[in-house]
Design a protein around this ligand. Structure first.
Ligand code: ZN
Length: 451
């Protein structure tokens, strides 16, 4: 009789608290992912379309401002906008080539530390902003400035714990090097998927984050909807299929939730605008972030000079002929605060889709915006220069910047559909699924995803 009662109590606990069964969350980020890649059946994404049907999806997810890789991923890890995460761009404002690769750059509490504090196992595969961070199995994204395509050598060097990279090579992928872990080839993401599948099956982390890079690379080079973008997405979809199989093979299907996200959308571009050409007599400079540009005063100026600088810059911009002035919107400091953008910028510009900014002045034969961001300028000097390819970084509310969100598996609504999600809302979702407290300054738990 007592045993029967005990069993009954156990059953009622198991059924009443559905979340107690969720032991694992896998977060997959497709860099440059846009919602039509699953909403439009013409895209080669059968795995994503399956997950969307059997889980919950959003019409779109909003990035941060600027809609950039490192700030958006930091927002997912912290539930904070760039002003509070400390990751305002891909690179520090005074960068000499380095990017925000290291975890120590994040200034807000992270989901990683929160899970570690509770003794939970975590894993990061090619994920931005996490190198040397508090992650059990850490294969964070990093490259050497002199060899930006090589995504094997520096990752191996920083891998935690020691020997994990070699263990993966021996048991899952075969030898990994600068050719098959190279951001010019889809094998980079395919191998990252195999790494993740192996880590999940053998280490069973409570939380694993996986980042795919090549869709973004193809979009930068050829534009938002290019054929090579479809090939890259197809490779990512297959890699997600590998991860889904690993979940089944590990016997953890009933306790694992999978979240597929992107960091920003993409706009196909046809010209570069160089706003610093217009403010050469003002002691300030625009730092370009693709579809946006942020104004900073020179270090030798004073805080009290700021109002004058803003006025002078605004006047110069407003003097442009109407056909050029209509290419961008000026975003005031007040509005930047509301958007949670870098608090040191005096104002910002956000361009219309198709136009991007460059901080360069004078003659520029080719401008290097960093790995994965190749824009060939023609040698003509001028404020507007023709360009091809694609970019991001615009106001996240612009439709082109919308990114994607799909959740599936344990604890997730079947056949669910929400209108809007934000990258800052990802950390609260992970925390809720794993049953931990994690207070975020900007993110909130979105209704309609969890059962
Ligand atoms: Zn990105």
């Amino acid at each position: 009789m007592k045993i029967r009662l005990f069993i009954l109590i156990c059953f009622s606990i198991a059924f009443s608290s559905g979340q107690a069964q969720i032991k694992h969350v896998i977060l997959v980020s497709i860099d440059g992912f846009h919602p039509d890649m699953y909403l439009d059946k013409g895209w080669p994404t059968p795995n994503l379309q399956q997950l969307m049907k059997k889980g919950t999806y959003a019409n779109y997810m909003l990035s941060v401002f600027p809609a950039y890789t490192h700030p958006a991923h930091a927002a997912m890890e912290t539930g904070s906008f760039p002003a509070r995460s400390g990751i305002a761009y891909n690179q520090p404002v005074n960068s000499r080539g380095e990017w925000f690769w290291y975890y120590k750059s994040i200034k807000a509490p992270t989901i990683w530390q929160a899970l570690k504090d509770r003794g939970m196992t975590t894993a990061a595969i090619m994920w931005p902003n996490v190198v040397d961070g508090p992650i059990t199995y850490n294969l964070g994204e990093i490259w050497d400035e002199d060899h930006p395509d090589d995504r094997a050598t520096p990752v191996r060097k920083h891998a935690i714990p020691k020997g994990i990279y070699e263990e993966i090579e021996q048991n899952a992928t075969g030898k990994l090097d600068s050719t098959n872990m190279n951001d010019n080839y889809f094998s980079l993401d395919e191998n990252a998927g195999r790494m993740a599948a192996y880590i999940f099956k053998t280490k069973k982390p409570a939380f694993m984050a996986l980042h795919f890079a090549t869709v973004d690379g193809e979009e930068h080079e050829f534009g938002r909807d290019a054929d090579s973008v479809r090939l890259a997405v197809e490779a990512n979809d297959r890699a997600i299929g590998d991860v889904m199989e690993a979940i089944k093979q590990s016997g953890l299907k009933d306790s694992t939730a999978v979240i597929i996200v992107g960091d920003h959308g993409f706009s196909t571009i046809h010209q570069v605008m160089r706003p610093n050409m217009l403010i050469r007599n003002v002691p300030a400079t625009f730092i370009a972030a693709g579809g946006s540009a942020f104004l900073y005063r020179f270090a030798n100026t004073k805080k009290t000079d700021e109002a004058g600088i803003v006025r002078a810059v605004t006047d110069s911009l407003n003097k442009l002929p109407a056909d050029k002035r209509k290419l961008f919107r000026i975003i005031s400091r007040k509005e930047l605060d509301e958007m949670g953008a870098d608090s040191a910028a005096l104002l910002a510009l956000t361009a219309v889709p198709g136009t991007v900014f460059s901080g360069a002045v004078g003659k520029a034969k080719a401008t290097n915006y960093g790995p994965g961001t190749r824009i060939q300028n023609d040698p003509l000097e001028g404020v507007l220069i023709p360009a091809t390819g694609g970019h991001h970084g615009y106001d996240p509310n612009i439709a082109d910047m919308h990114t994607g969100f799909i959740a599936y598996g344990a604890g997730i609504n079947k056949g669910g559909h929400i209108k809007e999600m934000r990258v800052v809302d990802i950390a609260p979702l992970i925390a809720k699924l794993l049953g931990i407290e994690f207070n975020t300054p900007d993110g909130k738990l979105v209704e309609g995803i969890i059962k």
